[in-house]
Ligand binder design. Structure first.
Ligand code: CP
Ligand code: NVA
Length: 337
């Protein structure tokens, strides 16, 4: 059986083919142009979608909501504070109920097994809006942003992720970048390497696509000539606050500042971050990290975050267009969209 050009579910990057990723990026670009030019078609009229979120979100929630509204659909935001999910009702029962009401479910939570259980039980398309292991809608926005910022194709470009190499954003970037033939490098301490199974999957994809995957604790090897430097928070949602005490000394050498950009040797290097970011003291966590550890910003300096090389707000905007492509792709026949 030939694979569908748009996947029904989006659960993890390793489920996708390079053709499916490229198709979603093409559709996202088309939807972005339609919106900008003021002639967006409404393909989700009569569609009701559930956003089931167990963790906080600004971008992902807003992107799903606006994507759905702009396409003429409706959505309901559901979280543990105002529903029974995970508290007095299992994920499986919740999924079965939501599947009777809604045409699709976006889920943000802790365990990857939970989003997979929802997809098995609900009977409607399910999209992973972030788990501890994967953040596939983020990677789509990252790829779109990188491709928009360069004249040449992504398979001729390199991206280096620095920091917590085993987090969800690093996993999704590594696998999806490898599928599209990018030169992907992960620079991280030996204790924060991605799971070997994920690295092996990405390396297999790279062998087919002509890309490459390198995981190393040698920062200068990893960043040499890179087109993009990418980082994420040093302690992710769901991890204990105490993790900061061990991660700060471990990850301080991986902080992206102006000298790190210079060490790439590429004067055109660009900066990426999924956000939210600790780049100054203008948040509660930023203030606490300064008070407790003397850190003024963590994974990236304020200077780089705000620099012309920084693509972070283009990335954030592209969450909308790529999530719209994912939802429209799952629920409609995209080739007719
Ligand atoms: N990048 C991202 O997923 O942001 P939110 O946590 O705000 O959704
Ligand atoms: N790794 C981060 C990503 C946030 C978008 C987290 O899981 O908290």
């Amino acid at each position: 059986m030939t694979e569908p050009i748009s996947p029904r579910h989006l659960l993890k990057d390793t489920d996708l083919s390079s053709g499916q990723i490229q198709h979603l990026l093409d559709v996202a670009s088309r939807l972005k142009s339609e919106r900008r030019e003021g002639h967006e078609q409404r393909r989700l009229i009569g569609t009701n979608l559930a956003l089931l979120f167990e963790k906080a979100s600004t971008r992902t929630r807003a992107a799903f909501e606006i994507a759905i509204y702009e396409q003429g659909g409706n959505c309901t935001y559901i979280d543990p504070a105002s529903s029974h999910v995970g508290v007095s009702e299992s994920i499986e029962d919740t999924a079965k109920v939501l599947g009777r009401f809604y045409d699709g479910i976006a889920f943000r939570g802790f365990e990857q097994a939970d989003v997979e259980a929802i997809a098995s039980a609900a009977g409607v398309p399910v999209w992973n809006a972030l788990t501890d292991q994967w953040h596939p809608t983020q990677a789509l926005a990252d790829l779109l942003t990188m491709s928009e910022s360069m004249a040449s194709p992504l398979r001729e470009r390199s991206v280096c992720f620095l920091g917590d190499g085993h987090d969800n954003v690093a996993n999704s970037l590594m696998v999806s970048g490898a599928l599209l033939g990018m030169d992907v490098r992960i620079a991280c301490p030996a204790t924060l390497r991605p799971d070997e199974g994920v690295v092996a999957a990405a390396q297999l994809d790279a062998a087919v696509s002509g890309g490459s995957v390198l995981v190393t604790d040698d920062i200068d090897v990893a960043i040499s000539g890179a087109d993009f430097l990418y980082t994420d928070v040093w302690v992710s949602m769901g991890e204990a606050r105490e993790r900061w005490a061990e991660r700060i000394p471990l990850l301080r050498p991986f902080r992206i500042d102006a000298s790190m950009l210079g060490r790439t040797g590429n004067p055109g290097v660009k900066f990426l971050h999924c956000l939210p970011s600790i780049h100054d003291r203008h948040s509660q966590l930023g203030q606490e990290l300064f008070a407790d550890y003397g850190l003024d910003g963590a994974e990236v300096s304020d200077e780089v975050f705000r620099s012309p090389q920084s693509l972070v707000f283009d990335q954030a905007e592209n969450r909308l267009h790529t999530i719209k492509a994912v939802v429209v792709g799952s629920l409609t026949r995209l080739e007719q969209a």
